[in-house]
Design a protein around this ligand. Structure first.
Ligand code: SAM
Length: 258
């Protein structure tokens, strides 16, 4: 008996849409997403499209009409709820554009809840195009079939970030001048004390030029700060950001869950 093919097919396009989704709703897509569906994926009436709204989860929809400017879809059934996202923030100092693009894309794939860009004194870049950053994050989430988007904060100067840092969130400070072994610190944050719940966490990564001494002292003065070392070698900012995130996900995130 031949196996019935999986539905929707793995090749079905996946898109995040602004509109909240629900059974039986109609969604009309226009602009670049309509172009992608109609011209690139060449969808036709009845074709399957997978939609996510970053709220209710992932839905199967079928093409009701594919026009030149817009595509109308009929939402049919929910396939998966929105994923439970580990409460981890990545706070990377802005880097040169192509390197920061990589941080945005890979942090999304790794499952972070928030990307919180920081501006420090030695940052080469001092601004981020929000629309472009949002597009990179959304496309990364579509490509790796996440059902949730990481929140994307506006870049903030380090001293402002420290001033407004939430009481209940640890800030692992990746300090190239040294700190506790990251693996031990991250594992401890998973089971801090008997009876205490897992700490909310974040990791702070510096720019190409690292942190200056005043910044280092200001971060270390924060009660929630936990200086950590990422080993004996000096990593590029993008490498440090992704290595620290992966390590945290493996030790205190959801990689260990079945
Ligand atoms: N200019 C600095 C130097 O030569 O020491 C290097 C900065 S490094 C390119 C960028 C950031 O990655 C650092 O500020 C730090 O946050 C992180 N990083 C790199 N290697 C690290 C390590 N071995 N331990 C902890 N953090 C590290």
């Amino acid at each position: 008996m031949p196996a019935t093919p999986a539905w929707p097919p793995k090749s079905a396009p996946r898109l995040f849409v602004e509109q909240q989704l629900g059974d039986g709703l109609q969604v009309t897509i226009d602009g670049p997403q309509a172009h992608y569906l109609a011209r690139v994926m060449r969808v036709g009436q009845g074709d399957a499209v997978v939609l996510c709204d970053d709220a209710t989860g992932e839905w199967l929809a079928s093409v009701a009409a594919a026009g030149k400017r817009d595509v109308t879809l009929a939402v049919q059934q929910r396939l998966r709820p929105r994923e439970a996202v580990p409460d981890f923030w990545l706070c990377p100092a802005l880097l040169k554009k192509d390197r920061f693009d990589m941080v945005l894309e890979k942090a999304t794939e790794l499952g972070v809840a928030m990307i919180h860009p920081v501006i420090t004194r030695r940052c080469v870049a001092d601004k981020l195009n929000p629309e472009r950053a949002r597009q990179i994050v959304t496309e990364a989430a579509e490509q790796c079939a996440r059902t949730a988007l990481p929140a994307l904060a506006e870049p903030v100067k380090l001293d402002m970030m420290l001033r407004d840092w939430p009481e209940d969130r640890l800030l692992f400070f990746a300090d190239e001048e040294g700190g506790a072994p990251a693996a031990e610190a991250f594992a401890f944050s998973k089971f801090p004390q008997r009876g205490e719940g897992q700490h909310k966490a974040a990791v702070l990564i510096g720019p190409e030029g690292g942190f200056d001494q005043a910044e280092r002292e200001a971060v270390r003065a924060l009660p929630q700060a936990r200086p950590v070392s990422l080993g004996p070698r000096i990593l590029r900012g993008e490498t440090a950001a992704l290595a620290a995130t992966a390590l945290w996900m493996g030790l205190a995130g959801d990689w260990a869950e079945d």
